[in-house]
Design a protein around this ligand. Structure first.
Ligand SMILES: [Zn+2]
Length: 308
């Protein structure tokens, strides 16, 4: 499949920026790569096995290289200057997707490559996911060296994660949205009642007598697939946050969930002053949620298949 756009261009087409965003259009979601340029440029687009390649008659005014996206569909965008006025923009996709290209006039001109996220909708359709922000109320959880409290940082991560799951078409329940005491039974009950497909408890790691950082994911030993879920989340989370993946382990409290795949995600180490600093950033909350989402997505796509 090939799309060709030709034109006569007065100004030298120079690409000044490339960025990515997930957008909604009439209830459908798309991963987009937006190429900004000072003038419209001619291009052709090819679909390849694991991505989309746009070859444009333009010059890059930004460094060649790879822009990591990892939004669950679009993995990365790579930019290269093949010849003085030939640019190659490659979108690497994790799953098959239909796509379209639009040119939006303006200053700058935006050439937008959109890849449909319908694949995720199929993967998450009818999935019931319980998200449990740890601690709350008088139970502060871990306390960082500069007094950040675990009970407070896990809520924005959980809310961001809920947004991603809902966008993908899953049904979500949060055990708490605000600060307050809840019992262990209140955490477990919604998952049992709704026969949830997944239970994800959000925590931070705390190390009393050490300076180490990194993330850990604990799993429900009574559910055969929970350890695979834990590995996927740990791998994606540590990659997105660029922190140490310390490993996975059994979480004894998760046994109460019986056969429901359940994990307790210690996102970063709040007792480490660098990682406590990370937890103050809303960008990091969103990235952590994206890492967890990507791990769950991979578990649903690959994990169970391998295990069965
Ligand atoms: Zn905790």
């Amino acid at each position: 499949m090939e799309t060709i756009k030709k034109g006569v261009f007065l100004k030298m087409p120079v690409i000044t920026n490339v960025w990515s965003k997930v957008v909604e259009d009439n209830g459908r979601f798309f991963s987009t790569a937006v190429v900004e340029s000072i003038a419209e440029f001619g291009f052709k687009v090819n679909k390849q096995e694991n991505g989309i390649v746009l070859e444009g008659n333009a010059r890059l005014n930004i460094p060649e290289g790879i822009v990591i996206v990892k939004d669950g569909l679009l993995q990365e965008i790579s930019l290269s200057q093949l010849a003085p006025e030939v640019v190659l923009i490659e979108l690497k996709l994790e799953h098959p997707a239909d796509f379209r290209v639009e040119v939006l006039p303006g200053i700058p001109v935006r050439t937008v490559i959109s890849a449909g996220r319908g694949f995720l909708k199929e993967l998450f359709a009818d999935k019931k996911i319980v998200i449990d922000p740890g601690h709350g109320g008088t139970d502060h959880g871990g306390r960082g060296p500069v007094n950040l409290l675990e009970k407070n940082v896990v809520v924005p991560i959980a809310l961001s994660l809920e947004g991603l799951f809902r966008q993908a078409g899953a049904k979500t329940t949060l055990t708490r949205r605000h600060d307050g005491n809840i019992t262990l039974r209140q955490r477990i009950y919604p998952a049992k009642k709704e026969k949830a497909d997944l239970f994800l408890s959000i925590h931070t790691r705390f190390c009393k007598d050490c300076n180490s950082g990194g993330s850990v994911v604990l799993y429900n030993p009574f559910s055969g697939q929970s350890n695979i879920l834990a590995w996927w989340i740990l791998a994606e989370l540590s990659q997105v946050l660029k922190i140490t993946a310390r490993g996975i382990g059994e979480g004894s409290e998760l046994k109460m969930l019986g056969e429901i795949p359940a994990v307790s995600i210690e996102v970063v180490t709040i007792s480490n002053w660098v990682e406590e600093g990370l937890l103050r950033s809303p960008t990091i909350h969103r990235k952590a949620a994206q890492g967890i989402f990507n791990g769950v997505k991979n578990y649903l796509f690959f994990g169970k298949g391998e295990y069965r």
